[in-house]
Design a protein around this ligand. Structure first.
Ligand code: PLP
Length: 370
């Protein structure tokens, strides 16, 4: 019997070992006689879990004490809304307020639209088309005259665009504080946290269940923020002081994230995940590039390792492809409606074997229907 693999872009596949452990602990968590969902977040047991999750994440990404690590509600969307609200809104103390948004796809565009509600932001379209029709990222974003004049409060970018399957292969150089939406790539590659002032990531791709969002923020950056006009639970500094427990946090999602962090450490940490991500993605791209049957329109340098969109030679084959894939126990391959075609998401929890099964299936499909 072949194992089932889920390539959904999010909510996404979780490590089987983590799910099994959650199952074992479901009815009696750590000898409490109840599940982790039913215990007070202020209990000693839960506090220990919360602290462990934070310290494991700090270890995984080598996060220094200059940064707060927050476990918040509301997904990535609430964070890309809260960021301009606390840094750019009229009520904030930043007089000549502006920010720069690098736009390379759906999520970075949405983030920029939220910010545009508060200030005249600079939007830099970094997704370009090269001579052979492939998309690439123009990461030469040297500060423009305009941005020098308005003294940017921050630059926001999305290192991995989940829907388009595009990745920055270097960190954009800017003199302003840098904010990154790492929802679909966090923990899949080694980063230097010091290069950023704020990193946020919705959990449902590489971390755990939806609803939880991790925020890693430089404590010095609080000084640029104004919180008087936002709800208390959106106050990063207060959340830091209260260890993300101003109100009841998403306890089950936090618990599952803690299991994922433990699992990641057992696997060899982020460096091991990065290696695996490279191999997994290369395996699939190699097949796509073999001939004209499958297509991918992203320039080599900017191809995502996490989300791989691909097309079939004829759209009328799409339905058959998905049906056959399902029969082969390969799920979640339908592309985003805005891009069409197929998309395989290969997050940390996807074993190499999953990518191999997908490639074997795609080769069979090509031979059968090509
Ligand atoms: C999924 C995703 C989001 C949205 O996350 P929500 O938790 O649904 O708000 C934002 N940015 C990126 C890059 C994503 O992949």
């Amino acid at each position: 019997m072949q194992q089932l693999f889920n390539f959904c872009a999010g909510p996404a596949t979780l490590p089987v070992a983590v799910l099994q452990r959650a199952q074992q602990e479901m009815l009696d968590w750590q000898g409490t006689g109840i599940s982790v969902m039913e215990i007070s977040h202020r209990s000693q047991e839960y506090q220990a879990l919360a602290n462990k999750a934070e310290s494991d994440l700090r270890q995984l990404l080598a996060i220094s004490d200059d940064y707060a690590v927050l476990f918040l509600h509301g997904g990535a969307s609430l964070q890309f809304s809260n960021i301009p609200m606390t840094l750019l809104s009229a009520a904030s103390k930043n007089d000549r307020r502006s920010a720069r948004y690098l736009v390379n796809g759906v999520w970075s565009k949405k983030a920029s639209e939220e910010a545009a509600r508060y200030a005249a932001i600079e939007v830099t379209q970094v997704r370009k088309t090269n001579a052979d029709g492939h998309y690439y990222l123009d990461d030469d974003i040297a500060d423009s005259v305009k941005s020098q004049q308005s003294s940017l409060i921050y630059t926001h970018f999305t290192p991995n665009e989940t829907i388009e399957g595009m990745r920055f292969n270097s960190v954009p150089q800017t003199s302003s504080p840098l904010i990154a939406d790492m929802s679909s790539c966090i923990l899949s590659e080694v980063i230097e946290v010091d290069q950023y002032d704020l990193i946020y990531a919705g959990a449902q791709k590489n971390i755990g269940p939806a609803g939880l969002c991790i925020v890693i923020v430089k404590r010095e950056f609080f000084e640029k923020m104004t919180f008087t006009h936002v709800p208390k639970i959106l106050n990063y500094q207060l959340q830091d002081q209260h260890k993300s427990m101003l109100n009841t946090p998403p306890t089950y999602a936090w618990y599952l994230a803690s299991l994922v962090f433990e699992w990641l450490l057992e696997q060899g940490g982020v460096a091991a995940m990065q290696q695996l991500a490279i191999e997994r993605a290369e395996h699939l791209y190699r097949l796509i590039d073999e001939d004209d049957f499958y297509g991918n329109s992203i320039a080599m340098d900017n191809r995502s390792r996490m989300n791989i969109p691909f097309s079939l030679p004829d759209e009328s084959l799409n339905e058959t492809f998905l049906k056959q894939a399902k029969q082969h126990k390969l799920l979640g391959l339908k592309g985003h409606r805005s891009v069409g075609g197929m998309r395989a998401s290969l997050y940390n929890a996807m074993p190499m074997q999953g990518a191999e099964c997908l490639v074997d299936f795609m080769r069979w499909f090509k031979q059968t229907y090509g």
